[in-house]
Structure formats: C-alpha cells, structure tokens
Design a protein. Structure first.
Length: 156
C-alpha cells in the first residue's frame, strides 16, 4: 500500500485528551485563554523531560490541536517550560529569558529536578531548583513526567 493511500485510510491518530486537572486554576493561567506560545528552557536536565515534552507535541498526543505552539524566542512566549535543576551557568540566562517574556506570563517547572533538584541536589554545579531562581507558577511532578500527569499550582 502506498504511503499517501495509507494516510488517507488511517486518518488522524491521536489519543483522547486527558481529563482536566482538579483544583483551582491559577489566575495567570486564566488570563492565557486561547492559544499559547511555549518556550522550552533546559536549565541542566538529563533530557528525560525534553523527550516527554517532544512527545506531547508529536502526532500521537498533538498538543497543538489545543492551541499550544512551540516558539524559539522568549519575546513571543506566554509560557516558559523549564526542565532540570538550574545549573550555575544557566541561572542568569534563565532570569533573562523570563524577563524577556511579555506579561501575563507563566513559568512551569517540569519534572522533579526542576521542582526540587531531584538526583542532582547538592551537586557542585547546581544553583538550585527553578523556584530558587525565578518565580514558578505551576509544577509538573515526575521523573520524567508523563504527558498524562497533572499540574500542581504553586501557591504564592
């Protein structure tokens, strides 16, 4: 069977959307209704979280159908997805990236390492968790987090 014929007969292959997370939605998240532009920042991770983020944007999960789009510039971004513990060399670039984003903006710490440094805690090159460097609005726990995982609102 030819590729174009197989594509026509198979149709779109995407998993159903996960259920809406329970709990209150932060005010900043409500202000970002509609499509959101997402900037991913690897602050020093092992790349496990990046693989899961890439999976969320692949044709199976297809997060773009909900209006989320990856962008290269923080000036275009509404949301910063930050992965990994923040290394000493990435602390200032992370601060600058978040400062370059327009308001309202959302900073999401993705993975256990971004939330509490995970296995990298106490390492000589580690500055700290993402919340030690920039204010965090949401947390996505897991090592690495699965696309099905819920977010947690970080109070404050």
């Amino acid at each position: 069977m030819g590729l174009s014929r197989k594509t026509r007969t198979t149709g779109r292959v995407a998993e159903p959307a996960p259920p809406r997370p329970e709990g209150d939605v932060p005010e900043k998240a409500r202000q970002l209704s509609g499509s959101v532009q997402v900037r991913c920042v690897d602050a020093g991770s092992c790349n496990g979280c990046e693989i899961e983020i890439a999976a969320a944007f692949n044709p199976v999960y297809d997060i773009e159908r909900y209006g989320a789009r990856l962008v290269a510039s923080p000036r275009q971004a509404d949301v910063a997805l930050v992965t990994g513990p923040v290394t000493r060399n990435m602390a200032e670039p992370l601060r600058r990236t978040v400062a370059a984003m327009g308001k309202p903006r959302l900073v999401v710490a993705v993975g256990d390492c971004a939330i509490n440094c995970g296995k990298f805690a106490g390492g000589y090159g580690v500055e700290g968790a993402v919340s030690d460097v920039v204010p965090v609005d949401l947390q996505v726990p897991g090592c690495p987090p699965e696309p099905k995982r819920s977010w947690r609102h970080r109070g404050g």
